[in-house]
Design a protein around this ligand. Structure first.
Ligand code: FAD
Length: 503
């Protein structure tokens, strides 16, 4: 019996582990392990529901197409495997295949499972597939240097040759076994999920990719900085970009499949280029995955060669106001409430709130914001989230200059591309529903009579600003500059190798 351990890669298409298992054996056992490590303290209800949706989708596809199914086992993976390897579970496994996962927790877990399998004489094999390139091969290649720009990533991709074409879905042998069903979220969470915009699952992912690529004009003219941070007109909860990130995060959609579908659009007409283009976005993802796989302590502020040292403040009240959408800055609050209710936020919105929390206004540590995102985002992704927080906090070699600070009250010329009629804010911050357009991003400047007519007195019905932006900006610029002056010329270490479990 050959086991295919689904972790990410929650799909049938372009799934190298599944393909190999079906080539070698007529007895294939597809399963997922609900690991208690990923509990409600780490994962918000919206993302957990997305995961369960994705498991149900996989199970249903395996049943209806092949007479097989997905088994959902529970417990610490090592304990589950001890039983499966010794024949005490629903099957005795002779071989076990999975897709590689480069997150630190996954690497350590997988190393423990490999050691156990070796002791009990079970064959294991892992396959690259969550990224465009095989991270381990690239990082171990002679002369590898962690990429810190789009130019670096493009050079690496060119050196590795063409991106591998996605592989078709294999025919999975039938499997009959009872029990081990996909559970309901009510078993794990008291609160109900609130996100309805992103049903999980491979079929939904492929539908979205098809819909995106059916609009060749959209794909070919895509330039990220021109997309709206406040969603689609009249539907502020809908992304103006592809909205594919949660599907990449869980591997419901293969990044190589997306790359290839976008390339097919590009062959039809002239198109935008990296870094702004859609391929450019996937290359940013690749860059952060490579950094996560090769930079020591990539998720930390200390002993991380990609992180400058800044004496951030520690103010739980400010952090709570930011995280709960109560800063008194309607744009920031609408974005943070969007995150809480839908699990999604546009990239420029993420820029705005991350800058606001760190070097822009509140001077709080980037890892605090990272943790909030890590719990609440549907697409929370260890490498990408850490990489982008390092970027936005202004502490990484790939960061924009620290002195470019976003105004949290975006006007018509702001690079945050926020619509000016205020529909986005009104949707997520209903206290401001009747506030006139011209005061929507600065309600505290509305005369008292206007606030009364709008039924929203600032300081009573909606918070007054937690900090004065202009004053905070000046103070923070001074602090950042002083901190940089105290650590000139920090060089990257000469040698980077693959990060080892526990490193
Ligand atoms: P599109 O613009 O349609 O892009 C297509 C795909 O390209 C995305 O789905 C994503 O996989 C990739 N991509 C796009 N932008 C980036 C980027 N800047 N870095 C890496 N990959 C990118 N993205 C995550 O997937 N997970 C995270 O945890 C995450 N945390 C972030 C934290 C901060 C502070 C910031 C500023 C950005 C973060 N991003 C994260 C990157 C980006 O905001 C999202 O990938 C994007 O908004 C998702 O929407 P989309 O799928 O419509 O993107």
């Amino acid at each position: 019996m050959t086991g295919v351990w689904f972790r990410k890669c929650l799909r049938l298409h372009d799934n190298a582990a599944l393909i190999q298992a079906t080539r070698e054996s007529d007895h294939v056992f597809p399963f997922f392990i609900l690991d208690p490590w990923f509990d409600r303290s780490r994962v918000g209800a919206n993302r957990y529901q997305f995961l369960l949706d994705s498991l149900s989708d996989l199970d249903e596809q395996l049943r209806t197409k092949y007479g097989s199914r997905l088994l959902v086992l529970r417990g610490r993976p090592e304990s589950v495997f001890q039983e499966l390897f010794e024949g005490k579970g629903p099957f005795r496994l002779q071989a076990l295949y999975w897709e590689k996962d480069s997150e630190p927790y996954a690497r350590e877990r997988d190393a423990r499972v490999e050691a156990l399998a070796a002791r009990l004489d079970v064959r294991t094999r892992s396959f690259a597939g969550h990224t465009l390139l095989d991270l381990d091969t690239v990082v171990a290649s002679p002369g590898y240097k962690p990429p810190i720009s789009m130019r670096d990533v493009l050079a690496l991709v060119t050196r590795c040759g063409p991106i591998a074409e996605p592989q078709p879905e294999p025919c999975v042998p039938p499997l009959e076994v009872q029990g081990f069903e996909v559970p309901s979220i009510a078993e794990f969470y008291d609160e109900l999920p609130t996100s309805r915009g992103f049903p999980g699952g491979e079929r939904e992912a492929l539908k979205r990719l098809d819909a995106t690529c059916a609009d060749v004009e959209y794909v070919c003219s895509f330039e990220k900085p021109k997309t709206a941070s406040t969603g689609r007109p009249r539907a502020p909860w809908e992304p103006s970009t592809t909205g594919l990130s949660p599907y990449f995060k869980f591997g419901c959609l293969s990044v190589r499949t997306a790359w290839s579908a976008i390339a097919a659009c590009y062959r039809q007409r002239a198109h935008s280029q990296p870094p702004q283009s859609l391929h450019g976005q996937l290359l940013f993802r690749e860059m952060f995955y490579l950094l996560g796989a090769s930079v020591p302590n990539f998720d930390k502020a200390v002993e991380n060669p990609m992180c400058k040292q800044i004496p951030w403040g520690e103010d739980p009240a400010l952090l709570a106001a930011w995280s709960e959408g109560r800063t008194g800055y309607p744009f920031i609050d609408a974005l943070m409430r969007q995150l809480r209710t839908t699990g999604y936020m546009h990239h420029l919105g993420r820029h705005a709130v991350a800058c606001f929390l760190t070097r822009g206004d509140l001077w709080q540590h980037w890892t605090r914001g990272r943790d909030v995102f890590d719990k609440l985002l549907l697409d929370a992704d260890w490498a990408v989230n850490n990489g982008n927080w390092l970027w936005l906090a202004g502490v990484a070699p790939f960061s924009a200059p620290y002195f470019r600070i976003y105004d949290p009250c975006p006007g018509p010329k702001s690079s945050l591309n926020a619509e000016q009629a205020g529909e986005f804010v009104r949707h997520f911050v209903p206290e401001l529903r009747a506030m006139p357009d011209r005061f929507i991003y600065k309600p505290w400047t509305a005369p008292r009579a206007v606030q009364e007519r709008a039924g929203c007195i600032v300081g009573v019905d909606y918070p007054a600003p937690v900090v004065d932006h202009a004053a905070a900006r000046e103070a923070n610029l001074g602090r950042f500059k002083a901190a940089l002056a105290a650590q000139p010329g920090r060089e990257l270490p000469e040698k980077f190798g693959p990060r080892r479990p526990g490193a």
